[in-house]
Design a binder for this molecule. Structure first.
Ligand SMILES: Cc1cc2nc3c(=O)[nH]c(=O)nc-3n(C[C@H](O)[C@H](O)[C@H](O)COP(=O)(O)O)c2cc1C
Length: 411
């Protein structure tokens, strides 16, 4: 196994992988087991103000199954910790004593200016390595907290500044994707003194409605709510946010990615897009701590295969390839290419080309094979991703091909 350490905001992480702030980072004992499996750090479950007692709705979470696959996402209504602050502080101290080389990040959310200050000081005093300011929980029932702060950029700056002025530790601002442009609050966080950005928290969503009772499927005694949604479906949103943040030149802060990471491939993608560390919750909810074993092994093998000596060398390597769509060279055109020797004759390609695509395929019903037409194919590539045979249909460049627009219908 390769050495997988990385420095992030001046702190050395044994591996770039963290348990993110959530039920998976609720107690020292469970975090310790995660460290033993390969997590290099933890963003401890968000600590809130002591004066507002959190009583969680019951039930708190609901798995979202789709197309026969279990738990492609999770909808939750969990808020900040409901454990007493003193118990959490005891856990944090124990963790730091037992695992001095692992990184413990204190996630906090004040319910008033004074509470931001008090929490920051208390958690710093407990011996954490960094702080993460939770400006992003999308369903806090306490007014003026969580995502509401992340959407009011002046408050992001103000609360970051309050914390900056009272602690020396590196500070991360954990931001919400529920804004038009995540780089805006990030710049405010920087102005307030943040050293890095975590993106993203759960995305506001509604996973489903009961067809008998018309109540959202996260049914809290007959009521539902739009609330946090997480898991593989939000990975594209998480990656997008990391790319936008990484490309924002005025920002120039290190990034911790979060959202939908389940496999070593997801992990490498986050690094390639500009994240230096990667946090996760839903994959641990789905599979347990073993997800990090796959990540460490896969990352190590990937580094061997590609000749990367250190994890930091991977960070941001995809960024030069990510552009605005206006940068595409549309003078080059291609078409779908069929390896008909491997075709099983199911006809899916023909159906979707007619019902949703470029009307470019004919069907040879004797041979049960599609009959492609390179000129008519406008390379939407729908056929390639509905075909049940891997890589039977691929994209091919056609030199000199002119962009094709379907002819007017013969109506
Ligand atoms: C049940 C639940 C509780 C969470 N609680 C917190 C929290 O207290 N603080 C926080 O910053 N993020 C919280 N999160 C968000 C996660 O840390 C993470 O940002 C989000 O789930 C996206 O990552 P994932 O797709 O790997 O789960 C919570 C997520 C879930 C599912």
């Amino acid at each position: 196994m390769r050495e997988l350490s990385i420095e992030f905001c001046g702190v050395k992480f044994p591996t770039p992988f963290l348990l993110s702030s959530s039920p998976v980072s609720n107690t020292a004992e469970m975090i310790a087991r995660g460290f033993d499996k390969g997590f290099g750090g933890v963003a401890y479950k968000t600590l809130g103000g002591e004066h507002t007692k959190i009583i969680h709705p019951s039930p708190r979470m609901r798995g979202y199954d789709y197309g026969g696959k279990k738990v492609i996402g999770v909808q939750n209504v969990e808020m900040t910790t409901d454990r007493p602050l003193k118990d959490n502080i005891k856990d944090i101290k124990w963790l730091k004593k037992r695992y001095p080389k692992h990184v413990v990040i204190g996630s906090i959310m004040g319910f008033s200016k004074g509470e931001w200050r008090d929490l920051a000081l208390t958690v710093e005093d407990a011996g954490v390595d960094m702080l993460e300011l939770n400006f992003s929980c999308p369903h806090m029932s306490v007014e003026g907290t969580g995502m509401k702060v992340g959407q009011a950029f002046e408050l992001v700056k103000e609360f970051t500044r309050i914390v900056r002025d009272c602690v020396k530790l590196p500070i991360l601002a954990k931001l919400t994707s529920n804004v038009t442009d995540i780089t805006e609050p990030a710049l405010y966080a920087k102005e307030g003194g943040a050293d890095g950005i975590t993106a993203i928290n759960t995305v506001r969503g509604l996973a489903g409605i009961g067809l008998d009772d018309f109540i959202p499927s996260l049914n809290v005694y007959g009521r539902g709510a739009i609330s946090g949604y997480s898991g593989p479906a939000i990975k594209p949103i998480g990656l997008k946010c990391i790319v936008e943040l990484a490309k924002k030149k005025e920002l120039g802060l290190p990034l911790s990615g979060c959202g939908g990471a389940e496999t070593w491939i997801d992990a490498v993608e986050y690094l390639l897009c500009g994240a230096s560390t990667l946090q996760m919750t839903t994959s641990v909810i789905r599979y347990g701590h073993r997800v990090v074993e796959d990540m460490c092994e896969g990352l190590s093998d990937f580094m061997d295969a590609k000749g990367f000596k250190q994890v930091k060398d991977i960070v941001g390597k995809a960024l030069p390839n990510i552009h605005e769509t206006s940068a595409f060279d549309v003078s080059k055109q291609g078409a779908a290419s069929y390896d008909l020797e491997r075709c099983i004759g199911c006809g899916q390609c023909y159906i979707v080309c007619r019902d949703a695509g470029g009307q470019a395929l004919e069907w040879d019903s004797k041979k049960r094979r599609p009959v492609p037409d390179d000129e008519k194919c406008y390379s939407c590539m729908i056929c390639s991703f509905v075909c049940p045979v891997d890589d039977l249909i691929t994209f091919k460049d056609i030199k000199g091909k002119k962009p094709y627009t379907p002819k007017p219908s013969k109506l």
